[in-house]
Write a protein that binds this ligand. Structure first.
Ligand code: GLU
Length: 372
């Protein structure tokens, strides 16, 4: 198993790896090692996104908060102070390899609510196309308890699923999954590969172990479950080493969670099976041929619109005779599609007053009839 064969990878860096507990300073040498790994991955053609923790751990010391549990507003203030320092440290570390970084702060809704999900996915895709490395964290400064992930293991898994990544690498201070808590039991056995998350595994997962990190083995298992359902592999490995990815490639101990599904197949299954269609687009013969040839659905090929859907919601696609052709996520609301149907994509801006995407349904967001 290799990280370098990944085409689209999410790396999650835990707080305890990045932040010196006593002073709240960022561990620059560790970031430099990670940056060297990222540069190698990018040179080999792997697209990389980094989900980073550490904003609260860095900020709390700067703001002089006492050790121990923080109130929600103190955490938010700490995150506001720490995130800017963290982002700067990543920018510097990756700039020495001529890699541009871009900051993305997400709340749970951005990865779950349809309309915002499409937004976040498109922004991050655009960054990846330009070659930038997105540096992602939770938007802790505005997230209230109800809309918080609270832990970056799950945030990283949601990002991996949303971005159809094929691998999520969770870097922390443990070299994988054991059949018991290795801190408590000498006889704990390391598990190199996991295909199914069993109740025994759940029982073996302990709780959070460090003051700064909110994740423990339980959040890692929750992340694995999200990944596997999305056709994405997940690796738990040590991040407290010089070159974590290189070490894995050289055979360092780690645990792989594997799945037979592929990310795109899992995404298409989600579109076809899990989402309730909110409307119907009726398309002409030319568009039908284009879809069959693997292209996206453009406004020019749409002859009628039924229903009332929002941007990002699922819609059925019917042919002129009424036969179901497929299902997809609409990049425009029903009202907007009614205005631009039949027109060329170049005219969208003139008609709607803003420039959205060229396609009503991008081919990655589309499943043809056999899959619906
Ligand atoms: N978002 C939090 C931070 O940056 C970390 C959450 C976690 O460690 O899982 O401080």
């Amino acid at each position: 198993m290799s990280i370098h064969v990944s085409r689209r990878l999410v790396i999650k860096m835990g707080s305890a790896l990045l932040v010196n507990e006593a002073q709240g300073t960022i561990h620059q040498a560790r970031l430099a090692g990670l940056a060297a790994d990222v540069a190698d991955l990018r040179a080999g053609g792997t697209e990389v996104m980094i989900v980073t923790s550490g904003a609260i751990a860095v900020g709390r010391r700067h703001l002089g908060f006492a050790p121990g549990l923080l109130k929600l507003e103190e955490k938010q203030a700490a995150a506001a102070c720490g995130q800017i320092r963290l982002a700067h440290a990543y920018q510097e570390a990756l700039a020495s390899h001529d890699i541009t970084v871009a900051q993305i702060l997400l709340t749970i809704d951005d990865t779950e609510e349809r309309r915002r999900y499409l937004n976040a996915r498109n922004t991050i895709s655009t960054l990846l196309e330009t070659g930038a490395v997105p540096i992602i964290n939770e938007n802790d400064t505005v997230a209230t308890t109800e809309i918080r992930f609270g832990d970056n293991d799950r945030l990283a898994a949601r990002v991996a699923a949303m971005m159809t990544a094929d691998t999520l690498l969770l870097l922390s201070n443990i070299d994988g999954m054991y059949d018991a808590d290795p801190a408590q039991s000498n006889g704990a056995t390391w598990i190199p590969r996991i295909k199914v998350i069993t109740p025994e595994l759940e029982a073996a997962a302990g709780s959070a172990s460090s003051a700064d990190a909110s994740g423990g083995m339980q959040t890692k298992l929750a992340a694995a479950r999200i990944c596997m359902a999305a056709g994405c592999k997940m690796v738990i490995a040590r991040g407290d080493v010089d070159r974590p990815v290189l070490e894995i490639e050289n055979g360092a101990r780690c645990t792989w969670f594997i799945t037979d599904a592929t990310p795109m197949a899992a995404r298409k299954q989600w579109i076809a099976g899990s989402l309730q269609p909110r409307g119907t687009l009726i398309i002409d013969g030319g568009a039908e041929k284009a879809l069959a040839a693997g292209r996206s659905l453009l406004p020019a090929g749409i002859s009628a619109v039924k229903g009332n859907f929002q941007r990002g919601e699922a819609v059925n696609i019917n042919g002129a005779t009424g036969a179901l052709i497929g299902r997809g996520l609409s990049a425009y609301s029903a009202d907007d599609v009614r205005c631009i149907k039949g027109y060329k994509s170049g005219e969208i801006e003139r008609i709607l007053g803003y420039r959205g995407r060229d396609a009503i349904i991008h081919r990655d967001d589309l499943v043809l009839e056999e899959g619906v």
